[in-house]
Design a protein. Structure first.
Ligand SMILES: [Fe+2]
Ligand SMILES: [Fe+2]
Length: 190
């Protein structure tokens, strides 16, 4: 299923797409916190956007970051934050946007999500931006494919279960092929 928030991209550059998703996440976090009748609909948009974005980062951006030479502990820390955020988002889904406790819990989630995005931009996207433009475009296309295959709800346990292997198999195959291509291309360099 293709997510409705994923339209025609002006560019498939990996970093441009990632920054665009962060901008959309920030926008929805702000709109939900500002209140109003549209909160349930906007929260639903946020859940689908966030689930697809983190899934695509998990499948494409983080492996690319490791290949680009980012220290493993930096990527590990970002992935641990994502697991915490997905658990928090799943709890908010279970609570429901009309629960009196939603606004307070959502505020904590929004603060943590904002920090996570800022950390990624400073510690990971800067490195990814130094990859050759052709690699960034190919990775950007892989990212869009991963988004289109992503689950529509946060499901932290899926990553640790057999289900994960089934749901990510097409993207994993794509990633393996991409890494092979990149290795082959680099081996041709003088
Ligand atoms: Fe992330
Ligand atoms: Fe992100």
């Amino acid at each position: 299923m293709r997510h409705e928030f994923i339209g025609q991209e002006p560019t498939a550059d990996l970093v441009a797409v990632l920054l665009d998703r962060h901008r959309r996440i920030h926008d929805l976090l702000d709109r939900i916190q500002s209140g109003g009748r549209a909160i349930p609909r906007r929260f639903d948009d946020l859940v689908r956007l966030f689930a697809a974005h983190e899934y695509a980062e998990h499948r494409v951006a983080h492996p690319a970051a490791r290949s680009a030479g980012i220290p493993g502990h930096v990527v590990d820390h970002l992935m641990a934050e994502e697991n915490d955020l997905e658990r928090a988002l799943a709890a908010l889904c279970a609570l429901g946007a009309d629960d009196p406790r939603f606004h307070l819990d959502f505020g904590e989630f929004a603060a943590a999500a904002g920090l996570h995005c800022a950390r990624e931009e400073q510690e990971e996207f800067v490195w990814l931006g130094s990859l050759p433009a052709a690699d960034r475009r190919e990775l950007g296309r892989s990212l869009l494919t991963a988004e289109s295959l992503a689950p529509t709800r946060p499901h932290p346990l899926a990553r640790r279960s057999g289900l994960a292997r089934w749901t990510v198999a097409p993207v994993a195959a794509l990633w393996d092929r991409l890494v092979d291509t990149m290795r082959r291309d680099r081996s041709r360099l003088p």
